[in-house]
Design a protein around this ligand. Structure first.
Ligand SMILES: [Zn+2]
Length: 286
Protein backbone atom coordinates (compact mmCIF):
# COMPACT_ATOMS: atom_id res chain seq x y z
CA UNK A 1 0.00 0.00 0.00
CA UNK A 2 1.61 3.25 -1.10
CA UNK A 3 1.62 6.31 1.09
CA UNK A 4 -0.92 8.92 0.16
CA UNK A 5 0.75 11.84 -1.53
CA UNK A 6 -0.10 15.46 -0.96
CA UNK A 7 -1.74 17.19 -3.89
CA UNK A 8 1.53 18.49 -5.24
CA UNK A 9 3.77 15.88 -3.69
CA UNK A 10 5.52 12.99 -5.34
CA UNK A 11 5.72 9.40 -4.19
CA UNK A 12 7.46 7.72 -7.07
CA UNK A 13 9.54 4.72 -6.19
CA UNK A 14 8.85 4.70 -2.48
CA UNK A 15 9.15 1.45 -0.62
CA UNK A 16 7.56 1.80 2.78
CA UNK A 17 7.37 -0.78 5.52
CA UNK A 18 3.71 -1.86 5.62
CA UNK A 19 3.89 -1.88 9.43
CA UNK A 20 4.83 1.78 9.27
CA UNK A 21 1.96 2.59 6.95
CA UNK A 22 -0.41 0.91 9.40
CA UNK A 23 1.03 2.80 12.33
CA UNK A 24 1.20 6.24 10.75
CA UNK A 25 -0.65 8.36 8.28
CA UNK A 26 2.34 9.21 6.15
CA UNK A 27 2.26 12.00 3.55
CA UNK A 28 5.22 12.65 1.27
CA UNK A 29 5.70 16.10 -0.21
CA UNK A 30 8.21 17.95 -2.29
CA UNK A 31 9.42 21.46 -1.50
CA UNK A 32 6.45 23.12 -3.16
CA UNK A 33 3.96 20.80 -1.49
CA UNK A 34 5.51 21.56 1.87
CA UNK A 35 5.20 25.31 1.33
CA UNK A 36 1.45 24.92 0.71
CA UNK A 37 0.93 22.55 3.65
CA UNK A 38 -0.37 24.59 6.57
CA UNK A 39 0.49 23.65 10.14
CA UNK A 40 -2.27 21.56 11.74
CA UNK A 41 -2.73 20.45 15.33
CA UNK A 42 -1.47 16.90 16.03
CA UNK A 43 0.36 16.86 12.70
CA UNK A 44 4.07 16.32 12.54
CA UNK A 45 6.23 17.77 9.82
CA UNK A 46 9.76 16.78 8.95
CA UNK A 47 12.27 17.59 6.29
CA UNK A 48 14.22 14.71 4.79
CA UNK A 49 14.86 11.40 6.55
CA UNK A 50 17.32 9.89 9.00
CA UNK A 51 18.38 7.45 6.29
CA UNK A 52 19.42 10.44 4.13
CA UNK A 53 21.47 11.74 7.07
CA UNK A 54 23.10 8.34 7.47
CA UNK A 55 23.95 8.71 3.77
CA UNK A 56 25.85 11.99 4.40
CA UNK A 57 23.18 14.32 2.98
CA UNK A 58 24.00 17.21 5.31
CA UNK A 59 23.23 20.22 3.09
CA UNK A 60 19.52 20.52 3.56
CA UNK A 61 16.65 21.66 1.39
CA UNK A 62 14.47 23.83 3.63
CA UNK A 63 15.39 26.65 5.98
CA UNK A 64 14.70 26.50 9.69
CA UNK A 65 12.17 29.27 9.15
CA UNK A 66 10.34 27.22 6.51
CA UNK A 67 10.27 24.20 8.81
CA UNK A 68 8.98 26.29 11.71
CA UNK A 69 6.00 27.40 9.62
CA UNK A 70 4.79 23.84 10.40
CA UNK A 71 5.36 23.76 14.15
CA UNK A 72 6.70 25.44 17.28
CA UNK A 73 8.34 22.47 19.02
CA UNK A 74 10.91 20.16 17.56
CA UNK A 75 14.47 19.10 16.95
CA UNK A 76 16.98 18.34 14.24
CA UNK A 77 20.33 19.56 13.01
CA UNK A 78 21.71 22.35 10.79
CA UNK A 79 23.43 22.29 7.40
CA UNK A 80 26.85 20.57 7.51
CA UNK A 81 25.71 18.95 10.81
CA UNK A 82 26.53 22.21 12.58
CA UNK A 83 25.15 21.22 15.98
CA UNK A 84 21.94 20.02 17.62
CA UNK A 85 18.78 21.98 16.77
CA UNK A 86 16.17 22.47 19.48
CA UNK A 87 12.92 24.34 18.86
CA UNK A 88 10.91 25.46 21.90
CA UNK A 89 7.98 27.91 21.94
CA UNK A 90 8.65 28.79 18.31
CA UNK A 91 12.27 29.76 18.92
CA UNK A 92 15.16 27.83 17.39
CA UNK A 93 18.46 27.28 19.19
CA UNK A 94 21.55 25.24 18.38
CA UNK A 95 23.76 23.39 20.85
CA UNK A 96 27.36 23.07 19.73
CA UNK A 97 30.28 20.85 20.72
CA UNK A 98 31.71 23.46 23.10
CA UNK A 99 28.51 23.09 25.15
CA UNK A 100 27.20 26.52 24.11
CA UNK A 101 23.66 27.35 22.98
CA UNK A 102 22.96 30.01 20.33
CA UNK A 103 19.89 31.34 18.52
CA UNK A 104 19.44 30.11 14.94
CA UNK A 105 18.76 32.55 12.10
CA UNK A 106 15.56 31.54 10.25
CA UNK A 107 17.43 31.48 6.92
CA UNK A 108 19.78 28.69 8.07
CA UNK A 109 19.15 25.48 6.14
CA UNK A 110 18.50 22.17 7.87
CA UNK A 111 19.16 18.68 6.44
CA UNK A 112 16.86 17.05 9.03
CA UNK A 113 14.27 18.49 11.39
CA UNK A 114 10.97 17.38 12.92
CA UNK A 115 8.40 19.83 14.29
CA UNK A 116 4.80 19.89 15.50
CA UNK A 117 2.40 22.62 16.54
CA UNK A 118 2.53 21.34 20.10
CA UNK A 119 -0.96 20.85 21.52
CA UNK A 120 -0.61 18.63 24.58
CA UNK A 121 -3.04 17.45 27.21
CA UNK A 122 -2.62 18.13 30.92
CA UNK A 123 0.92 17.71 32.28
CA UNK A 124 2.06 14.81 34.43
CA UNK A 125 4.42 15.46 37.34
CA UNK A 126 7.49 13.23 37.48
CA UNK A 127 9.80 13.17 40.51
CA UNK A 128 13.22 11.67 41.31
CA UNK A 129 13.76 9.31 38.41
CA UNK A 130 16.78 8.18 36.47
CA UNK A 131 16.87 8.23 32.68
CA UNK A 132 15.65 4.69 32.08
CA UNK A 133 12.78 5.06 34.53
CA UNK A 134 11.89 8.38 32.88
CA UNK A 135 11.61 6.75 29.44
CA UNK A 136 9.47 3.95 30.88
CA UNK A 137 7.24 6.55 32.51
CA UNK A 138 6.95 8.48 29.25
CA UNK A 139 6.02 5.27 27.42
CA UNK A 140 3.30 4.66 30.03
CA UNK A 141 1.74 8.11 29.60
CA UNK A 142 2.21 8.47 25.82
CA UNK A 143 -0.57 6.91 23.78
CA UNK A 144 -0.39 6.10 20.11
CA UNK A 145 2.36 5.19 17.73
CA UNK A 146 3.98 8.62 17.68
CA UNK A 147 4.17 11.11 20.51
CA UNK A 148 5.74 14.52 20.94
CA UNK A 149 6.89 15.43 24.43
CA UNK A 150 7.95 18.49 26.38
CA UNK A 151 9.53 17.94 29.80
CA UNK A 152 10.31 20.98 31.90
CA UNK A 153 11.68 21.41 35.41
CA UNK A 154 14.84 20.55 37.30
CA UNK A 155 17.13 17.71 36.32
CA UNK A 156 19.70 16.13 38.62
CA UNK A 157 21.86 15.46 35.58
CA UNK A 158 21.75 15.98 31.84
CA UNK A 159 24.27 14.04 29.76
CA UNK A 160 24.34 15.80 26.40
CA UNK A 161 26.18 15.54 23.13
CA UNK A 162 26.67 17.54 19.97
CA UNK A 163 28.42 16.92 16.69
CA UNK A 164 31.09 19.05 14.98
CA UNK A 165 30.41 20.96 11.76
CA UNK A 166 31.52 18.86 8.78
CA UNK A 167 33.50 19.71 5.65
CA UNK A 168 32.93 18.20 2.20
CA UNK A 169 33.31 15.47 1.20
CA UNK A 170 31.01 14.62 4.10
CA UNK A 171 31.78 11.48 6.10
CA UNK A 172 28.91 9.16 7.07
CA UNK A 173 26.96 9.98 10.24
CA UNK A 174 28.32 6.93 12.03
CA UNK A 175 31.85 8.43 11.74
CA UNK A 176 30.67 11.87 12.83
CA UNK A 177 28.93 10.48 15.90
CA UNK A 178 32.05 8.54 16.83
CA UNK A 179 33.75 11.95 17.18
CA UNK A 180 30.89 13.63 19.06
CA UNK A 181 31.48 15.86 22.09
CA UNK A 182 29.77 14.79 25.34
CA UNK A 183 29.28 16.74 28.53
CA UNK A 184 27.17 16.74 31.69
CA UNK A 185 25.34 19.45 33.59
CA UNK A 186 23.98 18.88 37.09
CA UNK A 187 21.09 20.37 39.06
CA UNK A 188 19.88 22.35 36.09
CA UNK A 189 16.54 23.94 35.20
CA UNK A 190 15.92 22.79 31.65
CA UNK A 191 13.42 21.90 28.98
CA UNK A 192 13.62 18.65 27.01
CA UNK A 193 11.64 18.18 23.80
CA UNK A 194 11.39 15.35 21.34
CA UNK A 195 9.50 12.50 19.79
CA UNK A 196 8.94 8.78 20.07
CA UNK A 197 8.58 6.79 16.87
CA UNK A 198 7.86 3.09 16.51
CA UNK A 199 10.74 0.85 15.55
CA UNK A 200 9.22 0.33 12.11
CA UNK A 201 9.95 4.02 11.44
CA UNK A 202 13.73 3.45 11.54
CA UNK A 203 15.14 5.02 8.40
CA UNK A 204 12.37 7.55 8.06
CA UNK A 205 12.89 8.59 11.65
CA UNK A 206 14.75 7.76 14.83
CA UNK A 207 13.01 4.80 16.51
CA UNK A 208 12.28 5.09 20.20
CA UNK A 209 12.70 8.36 22.10
CA UNK A 210 14.77 11.09 20.42
CA UNK A 211 15.24 14.01 22.83
CA UNK A 212 17.06 17.35 22.76
CA UNK A 213 17.50 19.60 25.80
CA UNK A 214 18.36 23.17 26.66
CA UNK A 215 18.95 24.90 29.97
CA UNK A 216 16.22 27.46 30.70
CA UNK A 217 18.96 30.11 31.12
CA UNK A 218 20.20 29.19 27.60
CA UNK A 219 23.64 28.34 28.98
CA UNK A 220 23.82 24.95 27.23
CA UNK A 221 21.92 22.52 25.07
CA UNK A 222 22.27 19.39 22.96
CA UNK A 223 21.10 15.89 22.07
CA UNK A 224 20.10 13.97 25.21
CA UNK A 225 22.10 10.85 26.02
CA UNK A 226 20.71 10.67 29.57
CA UNK A 227 18.35 12.81 31.63
CA UNK A 228 17.98 12.10 35.36
CA UNK A 229 14.93 13.88 36.78
CA UNK A 230 14.67 15.83 40.01
CA UNK A 231 11.23 17.38 39.55
CA UNK A 232 9.60 17.99 36.17
CA UNK A 233 6.29 18.18 34.40
CA UNK A 234 5.79 16.29 31.14
CA UNK A 235 3.31 17.19 28.42
CA UNK A 236 2.46 14.66 25.69
CA UNK A 237 0.94 15.32 22.26
CA UNK A 238 0.04 12.08 20.49
CA UNK A 239 0.14 12.34 16.72
CA UNK A 240 -0.39 9.97 13.83
CA UNK A 241 -0.16 12.18 10.76
CA UNK A 242 3.40 12.67 9.56
CA UNK A 243 4.19 14.92 6.61
CA UNK A 244 7.65 14.38 5.16
CA UNK A 245 9.28 16.85 2.78
CA UNK A 246 11.66 14.91 0.55
CA UNK A 247 14.58 16.81 -1.00
CA UNK A 248 15.41 15.83 -4.58
CA UNK A 249 16.93 12.36 -4.63
CA UNK A 250 15.69 11.38 -1.16
CA UNK A 251 13.09 8.64 -0.93
CA UNK A 252 11.27 7.02 1.94
CA UNK A 253 12.46 3.49 2.42
CA UNK A 254 12.76 1.06 5.25
CA UNK A 255 16.05 0.56 7.08
CA UNK A 256 17.73 -2.83 6.92
CA UNK A 257 18.84 -4.30 10.26
CA UNK A 258 22.38 -2.93 9.91
CA UNK A 259 21.16 0.61 9.25
CA UNK A 260 18.59 0.33 12.04
CA UNK A 261 21.34 -0.58 14.46
CA UNK A 262 23.48 2.33 13.27
CA UNK A 263 20.59 4.77 13.63
CA UNK A 264 19.87 3.56 17.16
CA UNK A 265 23.54 3.93 18.06
CA UNK A 266 23.68 7.41 16.55
CA UNK A 267 20.39 8.97 17.61
CA UNK A 268 18.06 7.00 19.88
CA UNK A 269 18.03 8.04 23.51
CA UNK A 270 19.50 4.89 25.09
CA UNK A 271 17.10 2.42 26.71
CA UNK A 272 17.97 -0.82 28.49
CA UNK A 273 16.99 -2.99 25.54
CA UNK A 274 17.37 -0.43 22.72
CA UNK A 275 13.81 -1.16 21.69
CA UNK A 276 11.60 1.32 19.93
CA UNK A 277 8.11 2.16 21.07
CA UNK A 278 6.34 -0.63 22.93
CA UNK A 279 3.07 0.13 21.14
CA UNK A 280 3.94 -2.52 18.57
CA UNK A 281 4.88 -6.13 19.07
CA UNK A 282 8.41 -7.25 18.26
CA UNK A 283 9.03 -7.94 14.61
CA UNK A 284 8.31 -11.38 13.39
CA UNK A 285 11.23 -13.21 11.91
CA UNK A 286 12.23 -12.02 8.46
ZN1 LIG B 1 19.36 14.32 18.22
Amino acid sequence: MPARSAASGHTAGMAIDPELVRALHLVAEDRRGASEDAAAVHHLFQTSTVAALMDSRYDGDLTVGEVMAHGDLGLGTLAALDGELIIVDGEAHVGRTDGSLSPVAPGTTTPFAVVTPFAPGDPVTILEMDHHALLERLDAIAPGAVSAVRIEGTFRRLHLRSVPRQQKPYPPLSEVVAAQAEWEVRDVAAVVVGFRFPREAAGLEVPGWHLHAMALDHSTGGHVLEADVESVRAWIDATDEVHVELPPGVQIGGADPAMRAEIERAETSPTPDHAGAPAHPPESSG
